[in-house]
Design a protein around this ligand. Structure first.
Ligand SMILES: C[S@@+](CC[C@H](N)C(=O)[O-])C[C@H]1O[C@@H](n2cnc3c(N)ncnc32)[C@H](O)[C@@H]1O
Length: 478
């Protein structure tokens, strides 16, 4: 599927050059709360005053159906975008298949007959498949990682499949580096090394199965904490069950593409994954990382701050609960651009729910702050070159529907459709986040309240907010 031409999608992000600091990028840098296992070339600037201003705007919009709010001086700003992508070049702008074994049992044979560069061969009986998950808070969760606590059941697989289709529609099928390498597989000569692709944290397998089908001469490997669902897997694809926090040493120098998408909540130290991905790549290979940052952003693409108090209310968080990611904000106020009335401001519940999810991720040991640091980490790694940065702004729901300033845009219908799809995704994701929130130690009454109010806001889809998805891709130096 073709990506939309970027010229038709209003874009507001600024990409910094590969050698410049991440603070030059649009948006807000998030302080990292993790002690790196080795020096990280990261910037840790705090959220800016601009974040406040936009928070006011977002809340202003909530009580102002005409959405005439915007700048501090009350003037109307043009919509920055509904969803957008921006790229700046050279810069920052297994199951291989289900099979029966020789005895005719229903064991799945990983790698058998696979063209994978990895010589391992495992078999997975149904009992092992079952043992890879257990039920927590009503959902099936992987049994191997203490960190990753989002479900691994059929509902989540279905959500990931649908999300993948939507991402392809908005972002295009592959980043340019990856596509170039995959296309080489179509014209390879006998004796040339086969193009090998690794998907780290494959989830439903939607991405790697697409690669395997669209490029049948490639050899594809998927890794996850649980077995990939065993339907329709092409013969040039296989999976391995593994925790990538334990390292990727066994894949050293074996792949031409390494792909990591939305895995940060299960990763203890994303900087190490970036380093390990480089080690897995052959010279000239491409690494592709894509993450989001557990925040929502205003129409002007400024992060909406959420306070600890807005999430926890009068409940005192346990002493071991991480406070990173929260700001020590004085009381905020909003001046309505219509009436001029000043009122206390609080952040939307959907922002609180995501901030709580980020807090729960940190509590479990996941790297919730990786998205904002991807670019500086990859740029600072001497193994990579030609580092590219893209960001995508996706509405959490169809809040632009019926708003005159958006109706004039040529892609208005498409924006609304993406908003509809995102709303369905977020409804499901709010359900998926429950085991993570509860297992991290959030009291049930807080989780219930956040869920109910966030669902209400998602249903109403009145507040103009975006998710920011950051994508960094690069080549391994020859
Ligand atoms: C939100 S899903 C995203 C799936 C897929 N990458 C996609 O974009 O559709 C995150 C996936 O990463 C996997 N994952 C998280 N942490 C992992 C780890 N430490 N090792 C292996 N897989 C991991 C999870 O099991 C889950 O399937």
């Amino acid at each position: 599927m073709q990506s939309p031409p970027s010229s038709s999608l209003p874009s507001s992000s600024t990409a910094s050059s590969a050698s410049s600091s991440s603070s030059q990028r649009g948006g807000v840098n998030i302080p990292s709360i993790r002690a790196p296992s080795r020096p990280h070339p990261e910037q840790a600037a705090g959220p800016s005053r601009a974040g406040w201003q936009t928070a006011r705007e977002a809340n202003d919009d909530e009580d102002d159906d005409s959405d005439s709010s915007g700048s501090e001086d009350g003037s109307r700003r043009p919509p920055s975008s509904v969803f957008s992508r921006s790229t700046t070049s050279g810069s920052a702008t297994s199951y291989s298949f289900a099979a029966t074994d020789a005895e005719g049992s229903d064991a799945e044979v990983f790698s058998a007959g696979s063209l994978s560069p990895v010589p391992s061969q495992y078999s997975l009986t149904e009992s092992l498949r079952v043992a890879s998950k257990h039920v927590e808070y009503g959902r099936e969760i992987n049994s191997y990682s203490d960190v990753y606590r989002l479900p691994a059941d059929t509902d989540e697989i279905s959500r990931l499949d649908k999300q993948h289709v939507m991402f392809k529609d908005v972002m295009g099928d592959y980043s340019s580096h990856v596509k170039q390498i995959l296309q080489r597989s179509n014209s390879q000569q006998d004796g040339e090394e086969q193009i090998a692709v690794l998907d780290v944290g494959c989830g439903s397998g939607a991405w790697i199965v697409d690669v395997a089908r669209e490029y049948p001469n490639t050899s594809c490997v998927a890794v996850d904490l649980v077995p990939m669902p065993a339907e329709n897997v092409p013969p040039n694809c296989r999976y391995e069950v593994d925790d990538v926090n334990l390292g990727l040493d066994h894949y050293e120098n074996q792949f031409d593409v390494v792909h990591c998408r939305l895995i940060s909540s299960g990763i203890r130290d994303y900087y190490v994954v970036i380093r390990d991905a480089a080690a897995c790549l052959r010279a000239g290979g491409a690494a592709d990382f894509m993450e989001f940052d557990f925040r929502l952003y205003s129409r002007q693409h400024v992060a909406i701050p959420t306070t600890q108090k807005e999430i926890w209310g009068d409940t005192i968080p346990p002493p071991d609960f991480p406070t990173a990611g929260f700001l020590n904000l004085p009381p905020r106020t909003t001046r309505s651009s219509r009436s001029g009335i000043v009122r206390p401001t609080s952040s939307p519940y959907i922002c609180r729910w995501f901030a709580a999810l980020g807090q729960a991720t940190r509590k479990r040991g996941g790297h919730a702050d990786a998205a904002a640091l991807l670019h500086s980490w990859v740029s600072g790694n001497p193994d990579y070159e030609d580092v590219q940065y893209r960001e995508f702004w996706l509405p959490y729901g169809p809040w632009m529907r019926g708003r005159p300033e958006y109706m004039a845009l040529s892609q208005y219908d498409r924006f609304c459709t993406i908003g509809d799809l995102m709303r369905e995704d977020i409804y499901e994701f709010i359900r998926s986040g429950r085991p993570l929130l509860l297992s991290a130690g959030f009291p049930e009454h807080i989780v219930n309240k956040l869920e109910a109010e966030a669902n209400r806001e998602v249903g109403e889809a009145r507040i103009p907010l975006f998710f920011r998805i950051q994508n960094v891709y690069a080549r391994k130096k020859a």
